[in-house]
Design a protein around this ligand. Structure first.
Ligand SMILES: C[S@@+](CC[C@H](N)C(=O)[O-])C[C@H]1O[C@@H](n2cnc3c(N)ncnc32)[C@H](O)[C@@H]1O
Length: 275
């Protein structure tokens, strides 16, 4: 039976909400329809009903649709001031604490990292802060980037970016942390060895992980309020006591968890888990 456009859209939105927690109800319908029509054309589907069948069966098509909706958009040093603040208010005190303890591990999670620009930005921030602490060579630094999109994680693992994808990266960092190769600019080994990537769904409870800091930026904005709270609960659980959480500039804590964090920097959405 042929679906009306409204029925098609309603079923598609239900699928994204149920499978990914992504709530498109706040988006402009014309924007959503344009992106969907692009995917219907490119996927080889015969019509909207056929596309819906493909979408419900295929995780890959769900990722492609989210890509078409620009949900994987990212860049190096996105909102530069946020990373300056994160370096000064999070990395620096954590590094000072570990150095004065004579060593240890510093663990950061870049949750919803898309194609890795945010994760490598954090690796660059750590390297820059290490310059302030001559004894920091003894520390073990570990940054984990995770995302639900397999294609985004594959790109992040490659560590190779075109000049357009390096938008936002200061020139001095480009020459210090990348080498130019035949396929683009490649992250140097010194950064790469501190970084690992994995596919992971933020809606699934991660268990106790004891991260010192979690950066989860521009991810919650796509979620319904209910999903938002589930994800925040999972992030809270994955942080050690006194651990830091940085959200995107337009994101805020919602619900009961608000009282479990202190605000470190309101403008840059940096919070700290209460003891
Ligand atoms: C706009 S990008 C943000 C990338 C980066 N954090 C930044 O601020 O530039 C949002 C990312 O969240 C990911 N995402 C969406 N739902 C997710 C989920 N349930 N679990 C993990 N990642 C998810 C998307 O695949 C996408 O790569």
């Amino acid at each position: 039976m042929e679906l009306t456009e409204d029925q098609f859209l309603a079923q598609l939105m239900r699928h994204l909400l149920k499978s990914r927690g992504v709530d498109l109800s706040g988006y402009s319908p014309s924007f959503v329809l344009r992106a969907i029509k692009k995917r219907v054309g490119r996927s080889g589907a015969l019509d909207q009903s056929d596309y819906l069948k493909k979408l419900l069966r295929s995780e890959n098509e769900t990722n492609e649709l989210l890509n078409a909706l620009s949900i994987n958009v990212t860049e190096f040093f996105r909102d530069q001031g946020a990373f300056e603040s994160f370096s000064a208010k999070v990395i620096r005190p954590l590094m000072a604490e570990r150095v004065s303890a004579g060593g240890g591990v510093l663990r950061i999670w870049s949750a919803g990292c898309a194609s890795g620009q945010e994760t490598y930005t954090l690796a660059i921030c750590l390297s820059e802060e290490m310059k302030r602490f001559p004894e920091s060579g003894k520390l073990i630094m570990s940054i984990t980037g995770t995302d639900i999109s397999v294609s985004a994680i594959a790109k992040a693992k490659s560590g190779i970016y075109s000049i357009e994808e390096l938008k936002g990266l200061p020139d001095n960092h480009l020459s210090e942390y990348f080498v130019e190769g035949p396929d683009g600019f490649e992250v140097i080994d010194r950064l790469r060895k501190r970084v690992r990537f994995a596919k992971e769904n933020l809606l699934v409870r991660p268990g106790a992980r004891f991260y010192d800091a979690i950066v989860c930026r521009n991810v919650l904005i796509y979620f319904s309020r209910q999903t938002h709270e589930v994800v925040l609960k999972n992030l809270h659980e994955a942080l050690r006591l006194d651990g830091y959480l940085m959200l995107g500039r337009t994101e805020a804590l919602m619900g009961a968890l608000r009282s479990n964090f202190d605000v470190v920097d309101q403008e840059n959405r940096i919070l700290r888990k209460k003891r």
